[in-house]
Design a protein. Structure first.
Length: 159
């Protein structure tokens, strides 16, 4: 999450909360001990907090690391790993190597590994090599199996 800062910074500048405070729930300081797909595998993480709504025509959000989305986005979201938290909502496309949904997605999900947690609400298409749906998850749409995981890898450059 990003917070405005007043100490020796230009007006309107932001800095990552990870440099000034505790990590949000779902992030681990010690990636070596992670064993569950909902754990982040990288030490660099990005967060779209629950107080943010990001929406624009032709919007593409790209993270070179893990992304936790607890806010709301309309557009395309790409990262190495994506967790849509319970308060999170995406309208558009979500693409990553690993995707875990606890919140809401209306659109297309593309990843070799997709997990819908018990609180997930998904309407649309899921393109996957591996799909796990927990009891209680709501999925209204199509599941399309892709045996070649490489065909589902997200493009993580803006060019």
């Amino acid at each position: 999450m990003f917070n405005r800062t007043t100490d020796n910074a230009q007006p309107g500048s932001v800095r990552s909360e990870s440099s000034v405070g505790p990590r949000p729930a779902g992030f681990s300081q010690q990636s070596q001990q992670q064993t569950h797909p909902t754990d982040f595998l990288h030490t660099q993480n990005s967060v779209i907090g629950p107080d943010l709504v990001i929406s624009a025509q032709d919007l593409i959000v790209i993270s070179q690391s893990s992304l936790r989305l607890d806010g709301e986005t309309a557009g395309e979201v790409r990262a190495t790993e994506i967790v849509v938290g319970e308060p999170g909502k995406v309208t558009g496309t979500v693409a990553a190597e690993v995707i875990v949904i606890h919140g809401e997605v209306h659109g297309t999900i593309r990843a070799p590994s997709v997990t819908l947690a018990a609180t997930a609400r998904v309407r649309g298409e899921i393109h996957h090599s591996s799909l796990e749906i927990a009891r209680g998850a709501i999925f209204d749409g199509q599941s399309m199996y892709e045996p070649e995981s490489a065909n589902l890898m997200p493009k993580l450059s803006s060019a």
